[in-house]
Design a protein around this ligand. Structure first.
Ligand code: SF4
Length: 281
């Protein structure tokens, strides 16, 4: 809650500050104009609706995984009007295989909010967009800057990595680190070319300033980057061991039908359809 208040204070002053666009932001915007991944499906026909769907899908998921799911989703629901008739099950079915199903449930809840509160039109103001379920500070910032071309900062995992290396500051999950990175992100967010800058920094984080082997030689900001050619993460990377859970199913089927059961709410795979689950003890 405190973080949100801090961020909203920053946002409220964002457009009042006529700061000069930094060398960092100019380098990134100019790089995007020549090298940006303009062929990504959500960039081919930019709209708030398409940017919203893509940004939610891209939360914790890589671009190459998202592309087929995005294309399939948009072919079923090309706009808000079509989506407004979708059930939660329809949306979950299109999400199957993408994981993190809470995102799909939030898409369902958000489109209901848009229908009830915004006359089924995608909201246009930051404070309205951030009120939608599943939309956080960075997602709302991305929608504002890409779809509406308004100067708002973002801070997803790629942007955190680029900015923290550029400035030589810690990038971890502590509130002090996140607060500092938001401040720096805002400092570098330009007033001009916001569309190119936002997508450029996302692209550079995903392709050039990658986690293991940053390619500083071709990075447009290497001349002023504190960590250029010597990137050392300041955080200790501990290898997380994911627990393994074994689940047994019995499959009942005919040549045309498979018997499935819907999972209860508040359980793993909530609301998804699965075969009969046997005793897993
Ligand atoms: S110069 Fe290297 S470390 Fe710095 S932002 Fe570019 S790729 Fe990342």
């Amino acid at each position: 809650m405190k973080m949100m208040r801090f961020y909203q204070e920053l946002i409220s002053t964002n457009n009042k500050l006529a700061h000069k666009d930094s060398e960092f932001s100019l380098g990134i915007s100019n790089w995007y104009k020549k090298n940006g991944r303009e062929n990504l499906p959500w960039r081919e026909d930019v709209s708030p609706y398409r940017i919203w769907i893509s940004e939610v899908m891209l939360q914790q998921t890589q671009v190459k995984t998202v592309i087929p799911f995005f294309n399939s989703f948009i072919s079923h629901y090309p706009n808000l009007n079509k989506l407004s008739y979708a059930s939660e099950e329809n949306i979950l079915a299109l999400w199957t295989g993408l994981g993190f199903y809470r995102r799909a449930r939030n898409i369902y809840k958000a489109k209901e909010v848009i229908k009830a509160n915004f006359n089924n039109e995608f909201p246009t103001k930051f404070n309205e967009i951030i009120s939608l379920p599943g939309v956080g500070d960075s997602t709302a910032g991305a929608i504002m800057s890409i779809a509406y071309k308004e100067s708002y900062p973002i801070l997803d995992a790629n942007v955190k990595r680029v900015i923290s290396r550029y400035e030589g500051v810690v990038n971890d999950s502590s509130s002090s680190s996140i607060k500092e990175l938001w401040t720096l992100s805002r400092k570098h967010t330009p007033l001009k070319s916001i569309f190119e800058y936002t997508q450029g920094i996302m692209d550079i984080g995903a392709t050039i300033c990658n986690t293991k082997t940053p390619e500083c030689k071709i990075c447009p900001v290497h001349r002023s980057c504190v960590s250029a050619f010597s990137t050392i993460e300041k955080k200790v990377i501990s290898k997380k061991i994911n627990p393994i859970k074994y689940i047994h199913f019995e499959l009942a089927y005919t040549d045309k039908k498979v018997l499935l059961f819907k999972r209860h709410k508040k359980t793993f795979w909530e609301s998804l359809w699965i075969p009969y689950e046997t005793d897993n003890s």
